[in-house]
Design a binder for this molecule. Structure first.
Ligand SMILES: [Zn+2]
Ligand SMILES: [Zn+2]
Length: 767
């Protein structure tokens, strides 16, 4: 190479850009900017993110470096950028380079699936557009990503779209720097892309393309259940305004009362059924496209069977063009729930026609494979702030950037292959790859064989996608959890973490409080604490490596063990028995004297009557005493009813007694139970609210005793918006800073993030 004639004003730089920069239209953005400023060079994806080479006039490069981070188009996001001077080489023009996959992804973020964008939505509804009514329309900012990605870096060749060679028009758009589909890796059109098909499972009706969507519309109007292949798996759709159709879906899905999500055509249609403010509309319309829990309007035509006993409905906007085209022709919203039975995993590519025929009357299928199964995400707004309840499509895998930065501050990072296995329910795993910490998507409850098998496959696939080999397992201390048992059998080293410590650490990651002790309110159903004791309503003073229980509940007897979880009346009877020494005050509608005698026997003898300091169980007991919620079909159901009925204008609370026993502040709930029983004259709404307020009083009492620490909220009880508000307001009113629920789920879906942080904390301490 001949040496260039150096001009004093000419410069060359090499940039490394880290963050959400693949699969989000970042390279075309850089090229547009470079072309506009007349800067030469190239941009490409690599193992770590994006590299950029810039060459040209020094002043112009300077402008580019300033504008680049400032004008990044959503959903791209720069976390860090490194700039290094390089040798000038007199290059001309600016190009996007495609990259060969290399072994192992290191710092590159896995792109997440994006809901249909506004521009693509306009195109599919525009009769003059060449993608009019094409159900797989996507662009640089929208479409499937994680669910179709076999390997990093994110390029068409590494996705399932490699089996659909682009037609000449698509490839023209792909290569044209001024087109909005320049380097849109998964784009297609009707001439070259996937195709939709319809098959009735009741008769021989079948079709493809446009007619397939029409047939599905007809089936839904008739009240049939249609299985639709979505972005991360099959969904079951049925008209949401038809009680009988919804009940039929519940029977086939074996899901008696857990709420179902509803898909609406537009924000306008949503506003007919739920109350929408600006935060709510924004949450619905964001690129992550989650299910948002929203307060129901009394005039909504959505069947009550969709969310029995609750005052909110989970609503989402169309995820894909296929959903949008389908809903456009329906005069009602549809239930859109994962296609599975009970707590089994969502059905994906492996679904057999029998699996689907058991659940649906027809199937709206297509030939774009789903590589990774993924449920819809669920979020709730608490005081206008997003709190993720199920981390899945759009949000997962979630980079734990606070944890990564914390590890970075500790010097040389530990090697990869740390896998945190999560808990037993709402399982999700987390990885440390050597350069990244990520929380994986919601998988489900690990009790069933099918879910467990799906979980194991997912764990290995996720590690592979991130280019890391499992080396150390981090598991919950509970010896009977399926994940813990699997870890013990793996032959790899296993680190144990206590359940509530993991909850606390997850919140410390969320709020970047990794270097100092926090006061963690870890409130949930049950988890194993030290000494083989069942915990569940704990206030901990915690660091990443240590924790001390500073407050708890008087342990609640659980007559019949697990049966008490399904039958809250047993707990209600136990609360009465403990408070009064007998069960004469038990409001026993629908429970026979014989059943009550059976429970009293367990209470008297202590046989089959474990005790747990569980706030979740205290909620169950109070829900039964206030509402007669004698039995439940899913964990947290009784508490959800109690929240739904509580009158938020009521500010009074029942008395609480907090006493220091062996150095621990113990909330004795017996005076609270007695006050509730004495208050039978008040409405259920007031009583429910007073119970919530009593819990906030407990939190305040504890916080006053520990004035120095910031507070974090974690554990499944904080899915309850009213409880979270009351607790946060009570603490903030005494000047406490409170880390509220955020992106990392407060329920067991966030446990793995905490487990991983604790393992990294131990590494930092022992180094
Ligand atoms: Zn788009
Ligand atoms: Zn095409």
């Amino acid at each position: 190479m001949s040496a260039p004639i150096a001009k004093p004003c000419r410069l060359a730089h090499r940039l490394r850009v880290f963050g959400d920069v693949q699969g989000v239209g970042f390279r075309p953005y850089v090229k547009r900017l470079a072309d506009e400023l007349g800067v030469s060079g190239c941009v490409g994806n690599d193992r770590d993110g994006v590299y950029i080479e810039l060459e040209g006039d020094a002043a112009r490069i300077d402008v580019l470096l300033r504008r680049l981070p400032r004008e990044v188009p959503c959903p791209a996001r720069i976390e860090t950028m490194e700039v290094q001077p390089i040798q000038c080489s007199e290059r001309v023009g600016f190009s996007i380079e495609s990259t060969q996959a290399s072994a192992g992804a290191r710092r590159a973020r896995i792109p997440r699936d994006r809901g249909l964008c506004a521009a693509c939505r306009r195109e599919i509804h525009d009769s003059h557009d060449r993608r009019h009514r094409y159900p797989f329309t996507s662009c640089v900012v929208c479409g499937p990503r994680y669910t179709v990605l076999a390997r990093m870096p994110y390029e068409r060749a590494g996705t399932v779209m490699t089996q659909f060679p682009m037609c000449s028009r698509c490839s023209g758009e792909f290569q044209n720097p001024t087109d909005r589909r320049h380097h849109a890796e998964v784009m297609a059109c009707a001439a070259c892309g996937p195709e939709v098909s319809f098959q009735s499972l009741c008769d021989s009706k079948a079709s493809v393309g446009e007619e397939a969507i029409r047939f599905a519309v007809d089936a839904l109007i008739q009240g049939q259940i249609v299985a639709l292949k979505g972005i991360g798996g099959f969904q079951l759709l049925v008209r949401a305004d038809d009680s009988e159709a919804v009940a039929g879906l519940r029977a086939r899905k074996q899901r008696p009362s857990k709420p179902l999500a509803v898909m609406v055509r537009s924000l306008d249609e949503a506003s007919q059924h739920v109350h929408l403010g600006s935060a709510e509309s924004e949450a619905l319309a964001c690129a992550e496209n989650p299910i948002v829990l929203l307060p129901r309007r009394s005039e909504s035509t959505i069947a009550l069977e969709v969310s029995p006993h609750l005052n909110h409905i989970g609503v989402l906007l169309p995820t894909t063009p296929l959903h949008s085209l389908l809903l456009e022709n329906l005069p009602f919203p549809v239930v859109a729930t994962s296609c599975n039975r009970g707590e089994e995993p969502i059905l994906g590519e492996e679904a057999t026609s029998k699996d689907i025929a058991d659940l649906a009357d027809a199937v709206l299928d297509h030939n774009r494979p789903i590589l990774r199964r993924l449920d819809d995400s669920v979020v709730r707004l608490i005081d206008g702030r997003k709190s993720v309840i199920r981390l899945a499509r759009g949000y997962a895998p979630l980079p734990l950037t606070n944890l990564e930065r914390w590890v970075g501050r500790k010097g040389e990072a530990p090697g990869g292959g740390l896998i945190a296995l999560g808990g037993q329910q709402k399982n999700a795993v987390a990885l440390w790859t050597g350069a990244q910490a990520v929380l994986g998507p919601h998988i489900g409850d690990l009790e069933g064989n099918r879910t467990f098998a799906a979980w194991r496959d997912h764990l290995l696939e996720l590690s592979k996608l991130y280019g890391t080999e499992p080396r150390v397992m981090i598991a919950d201390a509970h010896p009977d959890y399926a994940a813990t048992r699997w870890a013990e059998d793996s032959g790899l080293p296993v680190e144990k973490v206590f359940h509530h410590h993991a909850h606390a650490a997850a919140a410390m990651v969320e709020h970047d409080l990794l270097d100092r002790p926090v006061l963690a309110l870890t409130w949930d159903g049950t988890g194993l604490g030290p000494g083989g004791v069942l915990w569940g309503g704990e206030c901990l003073r915690a660091t990443l490596t240590d924790f001390e229980r500073i407050s708890t509940l008087r342990p609640i007897p659980l007559p019949g063990g697990d049966a008490a979880i399904r039958e809250p009346w047993r707990i209600a009877a136990a609360l009465i028995w403990e408070s009064f020494g007998n069960v004469r005050g038990f409001p026993s509608s629908n429970i026979s004297a014989k059943q009550i005698q059976g429970v009293v026997r367990l209470l008297e003898t202590g046989v089959q009557c474990p005790r747990a300091s569980s706030l979740g169980r205290l909620f169950d007991g109070f829900a039964c005493l206030i509402l007669g919620a004698n039995t439940v079909t899913y964990e947290g159901e009784a508490a959800a009813w109690l929240e739904a009925i509580a009158d938020p204008t009521v500010q009074e609370a029942y008395p609480i007694a907090v006493e220091k026993i062996a150095g621990v502040l113990v909330w004795d709930w017996r005076p609270t139970v007695k006050a509730l029983i004495a208050d039978q004259g008040s409405s259920a709404s007031s009583r429910a609210a007073r119970f919530h307020n009593s819990i906030a009083d407990w939190a305040r009492t504890v916080a006053i005793a520990y004035p120095d620490e910031d507070v974090v909220c974690s554990g499944g009880c904080f899915q309850n918006a009213l409880l979270t508000q009351r607790v946060c307001h009570a603490l903030e009113s005494i000047g406490k800073r409170v880390g509220r629920p955020g992106l990392i789920p407060v329920n067991d879906g966030g446990l793995a993030a905490g487990q991983l942080a604790i393992a990294l904390g131990r590494w930092a301490k022992n180094r």
